[in-house]
Design a protein around this ligand. Structure first.
Ligand code: BG6
Length: 492
């Protein structure tokens, strides 16, 4: 595949929460790769902000250690790392202390680059404080961009408060609300698959499709993020953003163009068409789960409660929802979405299950009538599969068998798939908002999510337990079994 990389103009990239997990694991490696591959120019500057005191020498050694930990050895070479390190510096900053912003301002003012990116890799409750202080200290220029990590807020009210405060400091077009799922190659490929292949788009509706499944399964537990996670749960952490964004890309109408507002307008329409959740429908259509201790291959996997070291918590680590998009295209077609931690395996997948043919000429020749399925595997082994029904060769009449036509994207293109953060960070620098969420989109997602939170509260809902390293609670299987369906995927 020919790669066309256009070098961007130099920029100043300032990372709040720069010593945190996301920065070490994703943001700094992303900058390294983009510089190595010639997209980020050498004279871009990166300012890593953190609360602790650190000398330049200490930071050089620490950042080098991070690189070794989070960039695979085969990709990390000294010359390219030194090129990044030469323009990356540490600045001690307490988000509450205006004097620290002033000293940052002095650094930025020395030969400033036109584009200034403030990446807020911090808890959302200090987004407004940071933005207000940046404005008061005169650091927010007309070409500045603010990057906000999800989840923005805890509910609709807190989102609105944060969002309004940020909007008093800059224009909507300066705000890049990240949902890193939108930066994944395979997620972008979903738009290409739909809108560049005539055969799919013509069948992409309630006439031809039986239902859709979206699964984001994780093998890991909550890890060290327990204090955040126990307040968020799977609904706020994954559904409000990643899963709804995937659903939007599957369900939206073709945008007039791949421009930020055309795409975001269409996604917004989907969010607004989600069938409202009531106390009653929440009981029938939503499953909450929490993992409990279980054995796997002789090893004891701890329960969620043990992982976060508390006696009691009703936080869900798994959620499955039957969602309806109440519009012309999708009338009556369920979207089953689910996500969970400490499941049996890690994979993310979208499955479009087509309806069977209207009349089977081959009835009686097979045990279970099968139909076409389009399987879009987002990770880890990115591929697109199409299930078609074929005749088993040889005598014995028409014996039918579903087989899979598989396109492995890794094998086809034989290249490293850039991490989502690489694409998204470069889009921020070049000012392309297409893969970022607009204010009204996040708001619409919160409105719907909050209906679930309210229903759970009214219903005094408790999570159903599931064994660590399983496929979630039994009730998640009943959700589909009730409709005569089964989950596709890892279970097979
Ligand atoms: C993050 C969530 O947004 O996405 C995490 O906060 C989750 O809880 C992660 O583990 C999953 O991302 P990915 O790219 O590994 O699928």
């Amino acid at each position: 595949m020919s790669t066309k990389i256009k070098k961007l103009s130099p920029s100043d990239i300032v990372i709040f929460g720069g010593t945190g997990d996301l920065s070490r694991r994703k943001i700094i490696p992303a900058l390294y790769y983009r510089l190595r591959d010639g997209q980020l120019p050498d004279n871009s500057r990166v300012f890593i902000l953190g609360r602790q005191a650190m000398s330049d020498e200490e930071f050089t050694a620490t950042s080098r250690k991070w690189a070794k930990e989070f960039i695979p050895a085969k990709d990390l070479n000294d010359i390219d790392w030194q090129r990044l390190a030469a323009n990356m510096r540490y600045h001690q900053l307490d988000a509450k202390n205006a004097a620290d912003y002033k000293s940052l301002g002095a650094l930025l003012k020395d030969k400033p680059r036109k584009v200034r990116v403030f990446y807020l890799s911090t808890p959302a409750d200090i987004f407004s404080l940071i933005c207000t202080t940046l404005t008061e200290c005169g650091l927010m220029t007309p070409d500045s961009r603010i990057v906000l990590e999800k989840p923005i807020g805890y509910d609709l009210e807190s989102f609105t408060a944060i969002n309004n405060a940020v909007l008093t400091c800059c224009r909507e077009e300066q705000i890049y609300r990240i949902d890193h799922y939108l930066g994944k190659e395979t997620v972008q490929n979903l738009m290409v698959l739909r809108f560049a292949n005539n055969m799919f788009e013509r069948m992409w509706n309630a006439d031809a499709i039986d239902h859709v499944q979206i699964t984001v399964a994780e093998e890991i537990g909550v890890g060290e993020r327990y204090s955040y996670y126990d307040n968020a749960g799977a609904l706020r952490d994954m559904v409000q953003n990643h899963l709804l964004q995937l659903l939007c890309l599957v369900a939206m109408e073709p945008p007039a163009a791949i421009t930020p507002d055309s795409v975001r307008d269409e996604k917004l329409k989907v969010l607004r068409a989600l069938r409202p959740v009531t106390d009653r429908s929440a009981k029938q259509d939503i499953v909450r789960g929490q993992y409990r201790e279980a054995m796997r291959g002789g090893e004891t996997l701890p329960s969620y409660l043990k992982d976060i070291n508390v006696e009691k918590s009703d936080t869900e680590t798994f959620i499955a929802i039957k969602v309806h998009v109440d519009n012309w295209r999708w009338a009556g077609i369920p979207f089953y979405i689910r996500t969970g931690k400490r499941l049996k395996d890690r994979y993310s997948e979208i499955v479009i299950q087509f309806k069977p043919v209207p009349h089977s000429l081959f009835a009686g020749q097979e045990e279970a009538p099968a139909s076409n399925k389009l399987i879009i595997r987002l990770q880890p082994d990115e591929h697109v599969g199409l299930q078609v029904i074929t005749k088993v060769p040889g005598p014995g009449g028409y014996r039918l068998k579903p087989v899979r036509l598989n396109l492995s994207l890794a094998e086809e293109f034989g290249e490293r798939f850039p991490d989502a953060y690489e694409r998204l960070l470069m889009d921020v620098v070049r000012g392309n908002l297409t893969l970022f969420m607009r204010s009204d989109e996040v708001e619409a997602a919160w409105i719907w999510t909050e209906q679930i939170l309210t229903a759970w509260k009214n219903n005094k809902s408790k999570p159903d337990m599931y064994d660590a390293a399983s496929w979630g609670p039994e009730t998640a299987h009943s959700l589909l079994a009730h409709d005569g369906r089964t989950w596709h995927g890892g279970e097979e």
